[in-house]
Design a protein around this ligand. Sequence first.
Ligand code: GTP
Ligand code: SPV
Ligand code: MN
Length: 591
Amino acid sequence: MATASPLPMPMSQLCRAVTEWVESVRALTQPAEVQWCEGSAAERDGLIARLVREGQLLRLNPRHFPNCHLYRSDPGDVARVEHLTYVCTRSKADAGPNNNWLDPQAAHAKMRELFRGAMRSRTLYVIPYCMGPLDSPFARCGVEITDSAYVALNMLIMTRAGRAALERIERERTFVRGLHSVGELDPERRFIMHYPEELAIESFGSGYGGNALLGKKCHALRIASWQARAEGWLAEHMLIVGLRNRRGETHYLAAAFPSACGKTNLAMLIPPDSLPGWEVFTVGDDIAWLHPGADGRLWAINPEAGYFGVVPGTNRRTNRNAFEMIRRDTLFTNVALTADAQPWWEGLPAGTPQTDWRGRPYDPARGPAAHPNSRFTVDARRNPACSPQLNDPHGVPLSAIIFGGRRRELAPLVYEARDWAHGVLVGASMASQSTAAATGEVGVIRRDPMAMQPFCGYNFADYWRHWLEVGARLRQPPRIFHVNWFRQDSQGRFLWPGFGENLRVLAWMIERCAGRADARDGRIGLLPHPAGIDTRGLSLEPETLRALLAVDVPLWRQELAETRAYLGQYGERLPQELLHELDRSAAALAR
Ligand code: GTP
Ligand code: SPV
Ligand code: MN
C-alpha cells in the first residue's frame, strides 16, 4: 500500500538555533508577522506582487523588459556609507587603522535601542542563505533577518537562499547572524556593525545594497575575511573569469578593482571581432573566496549567485552580455524611465528619459537622469557567458591575480609583479579615484589596498601578513599583475578603449603565465614590449600605446614615498617583508 509522503517540516522548526534567534529578535523588534523564505520561484513572485501592490516596485514595459521592475530608493540612501560602518572587535588594534571601531558591548547596546520595536506593523523575513555552492566545502551559511521585502527579494537573487541553506545550517550548527531593519531611513540613525568574533552583523537605517544585503559585503567580505585568516584562506573583492584561447587552453583569472572600477565588465567581456577564437566564461563579478589546494595552486569560488551591478555605461557596444542579461527577470534600482516605462540610463545610445531616478519629470539641470550608482539585480544564470563552473564545489584554479584602479595618470596599462611578495606590495599600494558606489566626493584619489579598504574585517597589517603566508604555501602561485584601463589625456579622454579590448592585455598575461611571452624590466615591475600587446584591428596610435606602457620615474619615486608614508600608519604590525619589497622597489627606481 502506498503511503502518503510526509509533509515537509515547517522551516520554523528545522533548526533550533535559528528558531531561538528569530524568537529573540521577534521579541525585541515586535513585527506584525514572521515569514520564513523557502527560496521558491512562487515566493519570489509573491514578494514582487506585494511590492507592486504597495507601490514600492514599478512594473517595467513587459513587451521590452519582461518581468523587470524598478525600485526607487530614498534619495538619501543610494550608496554604501563607509563612515557609518564599524568593525567591533574586543581589541581595537584588531580592527586596525583601516576600520571604524566600537567596543562590541557598546555597539550592541546602541543597536538594541535602535531595533527595539523597530518592526512594528512590518513583516519580519527570515532568509537562510548559503554563500557558495550548497555542496561546497568552502561555502559558508548565514541567516538574514530583515523587515524589507526589497532586501529579501535581492537576497533571494544574490544568494542560494531558502530551505536547502537552512538544512545545511542544521547539519553544520554554525551560521552568520545578520539582523537588518530599514528603520526610518534616517542617516542620523544608520549604522552597519560587524562582530567578527561572534559571526554577527547588525545593520540599521539603510535599504541600499552593500549596507543591507548582508550576505554580500558584510558577510562574504568583512566577516569572511576574518574567518579566512583563522582558517588559512582569503576572502576578496574580486571577479573570477575563465578565458579559452585559440590553443584551447583555459586560464582562470581573478581581479580586484575598487567599487565601480570595472569588475562586472571584465568578468563578462566580449572578445573583439579582430581577436577571433577566444571564449570568455564568467565565474563571478564581485567576490572571490580563494583556497590553497592540495596541488599547490590557488582555487577560487564565487560565493554569490547573482549580480548587483552598476547600470550606467552599460550598452550593446560596451557590454553586450550585460545588455542582454538585464532585459528580463531583472530588478532595477534608481534608473530613469522613458515615456513608455522602459528603464533608461546614461550611456544608452537611444531613448529619452521622461522621469528621473527620483520619479520627478527629468530636468537635465538637476543632474543625471539615472543615479550614477543605479544598479541591476539579476540571477547569474541569466548571463550568456556564465561559466558552468559557477556551481563547482571546488571552484577553479587561478593562473593570475590582477589588481587595478581608476588612475587618470601614473599607473601604466599593465605591469607584472616580480613575484608573490612583490605582488602583495603592489596590491597593498593600490590607490584609485573614488566613485558613486560609496557616499562622499567622487573622483578623488584614495588608498584602496587590494580594493578591500571598505571591506577588510580586520587590521590591514595582519591581512598583508596573511597574504604573504598564503603565498608561501603555494607551489604554483598565480602570477600577479596590475592594470589601469582609465588613463586619460589632457582633454580627459580615455587613452585605452577598454571593455572588450581589455582582452588584449589579458592575452599578454596568459602568454606570460604559459611562459611564452617576454617582458622588460620597467623598474616598477615587468612590462610588455609594445609589440607584446596584440593591437590588430584596433585604431590605436603607436605613440598612445607607448604612453600607456611608459613608466614616469620621477612620478613613481613620489608615489613610492607616499606608499611608504601610508604603510607607516600600520607601525610595528606591518610585515617586515613588505618593507623589504618597498626598499627593493625604491632601489630599482633610484638607479
Ligand atoms: P562594483 O559592483 O561597485 O564592485 O563595481 P565593478 O568593479 O563591478 O564595476 P563595473 O564593471 O560595474 O564598472 C563600473 C563603471 O566603469 C561602469 O560605468 C562601466 O561602464 C565603467 N567601465 C568598466 N570597464 C571599463 C573600461 O574598461 N574602460 C572604461 N573607460 N570604463 C569602464
Ligand atoms: C560595491 O560597492 O563594491 C558593490 C555594490 O559591489 S555594494 O553591494 O553596495 O557593495
Ligand atoms: Mn563590489
